[in-house]
Design a protein around this ligand. Structure first.
Ligand SMILES: [Zn+2]
Length: 289
């Protein structure tokens, strides 16, 4: 039975003073179900040594608080900067400031599987991806097989992770660029395998391929940490340099007006003379002088 000024925590089974609970910001006299101690315990037990999304996610679920991706991204930064005693309280505060009133956990837009890969392994310790993932992996990366002819899930795991790391901050990723990044990840994987094989020719070949991709993607400039704007401009330049210019692609489209530039320019010149009162006339050909 609830005693005035106290609350029962269903997790630890104790009746505690109201100050032991996080205030539910949607209503002055409401509190989150689990006490602060239990909520913090859940965060740290579920996260392990490095605090991560799994901890916050678990605490949010038991407290009927939605897990919102951008709120997590923002609070993650704050948590890393301030190293608070109660990371969940930080998440909850950012939720209040940026998301506002919520209804419940069903409003979550992400689940824990978005952030961690739950990997299953077979008897030999090889990773088994979910069955629906294989066709996607083959489509994205081609067939990577081990010596025994089985699919090389270690390779796929590496490729997918590296690709995510490279493209996470790339704005305006076109399919051509996406392909280049995939090539880069594959080249990196080849380099790892070449290094393992200790075959100097293979290592040199892999390194050469890698270097050329690094330079194509402008990833070989380690001198300065670039701003997002610089990266964006770099990508635009890359796009212009490495993809077909629009005027060539569209040449056929404008075939019927090709070659009329002179007439058009002459009309525009006359028009300018009328409107702007300029005196812009073509050169008189020497034979007419
Ligand atoms: Zn408790």
């Amino acid at each position: 039975m609830a005693i005035q000024g106290q609350r029962f925590c269903p997790c630890c089974g104790q009746t505690k003073s109201l100050s032991s609970f996080i205030v539910d910001y949607r209503s002055k006299d409401k509190y989150l179900p689990f006490c602060k101690t239990c909520t913090d315990n859940i965060v740290f037990t579920a996260s392990g040594e490095d605090l991560n999304i799994v901890g916050i996610w678990s605490a949010a679920m038991v407290n009927n608080v939605p897990m919102i991706r951008y709120i997590w991204e923002e609070s993650k930064k704050l948590i890393a900067e301030t190293n608070p005693k109660s990371p969940f309280a930080v998440y909850y505060r950012v939720l209040r400031e940026r998301f506002g009133t919520y209804e419940g956990v069903w409003q979550s837009d992400c689940w824990v599987g978005d952030f961690i890969k739950i990997l299953m392994t077979d008897a030999n310790g090889s990773i088994i991806p979910p069955p629906d993932e294989l066709p996607v992996l083959i489509k994205n990366w081609g067939k990577f097989l081990k010596e025994n002819g089985e699919y090389d899930y270690e390779a796929y795991d590496y490729l997918s992770k590296r690709y995510d790391e490279y493209t996470e901050k790339v704005q305006g990723l076109t399919s051509a660029m996406s392909m280049q990044y995939r090539n880069l990840c594959k080249a990196e994987w080849l380099k790892i395998k070449a290094d393992e094989s200790n075959d100097i020719t293979e290592v040199a070949k892999a390194q050469k391929l890698l270097d050329s991709l690094y330079s194509q993607l402008k990833l070989d400039d380690f001198a300065v940490e670039k701003s997002d704007t610089d990266r964006f401009i770099d990508r635009l330049i890359w796009k212009i340099e490495e993809t077909e210019p629009a005027e060539i692609e569209d040449e056929n489209k404008y075939n019927d007006i090709k070659g009329h530039e002179k007439t058009y320019n002459s009309i525009m010149r006359s028009l300018r003379n009328i409107v702007a009162n300029s005196r812009d006339y073509p050169e008189v050909p020497s034979e007419e002088m």
